[in-house]
Design a protein around this ligand. Structure first.
Ligand code: AMP
Ligand code: ZN
Length: 112
């Protein structure tokens, strides 16, 4: 499968690793939209949050268990935002489930 984030997880494409465990991998976004912008992805290929089901939900639970550790490591003690873009209207550009962690400043109140 030709998937950018699978290639990053496999080390075929370099990334700035922030965190890794058995089921998830976190790395800095190449085009940061906030002072801190990190992506967290499941190691198994899930196309988007719209593909989450009873069979793969554990990978998502593992990501949300890792997020507080990652946020702490990134110095986001004052808060942060977690975002997942889905499909065409959500402007999802990489079709491997990922959660953006954004912070390092007071973020916009505008979500859309
Ligand atoms: P989305 O638009 O929600 O699908 O987010 C995809 C994100 O992946 C964007 O914020 C990109 O800047 C980021 N991105 C694309 N290629 C890379 C890469 N090679 N390394 C790190 N982040 C990337
Ligand atoms: Zn993938």
């Amino acid at each position: 499968m030709d998937c950018l984030f699978c290639a990053i997880i496999n080390g075929e494409i370099p990334s700035k690793k922030v965190y890794e465990d058995d089921s998830c991998y976190a790395f800095l976004d190449i085009n940061p939209q906030a002072p801190v912008h990190c992506l967290v992805v499941p190691k198994t290929h899930i196309a988007s949050a719209d593909e989450i089901d009873e069979q793969n939900a554990q990978a998502v639970a593992a990501i949300f268990t890792a997020i507080p550790k990652i946020a702490d490591q990134l110095g986001l003690q004052n808060g942060y935002r977690v975002v997942s873009n889905i499909g065409e209207d959500g402007c999802q550009s990489v079709k491997h489930l990922h959660f953006h962690i954004l912070g390092g400043k007071k973020l916009s109140e505008n979500m859309a």
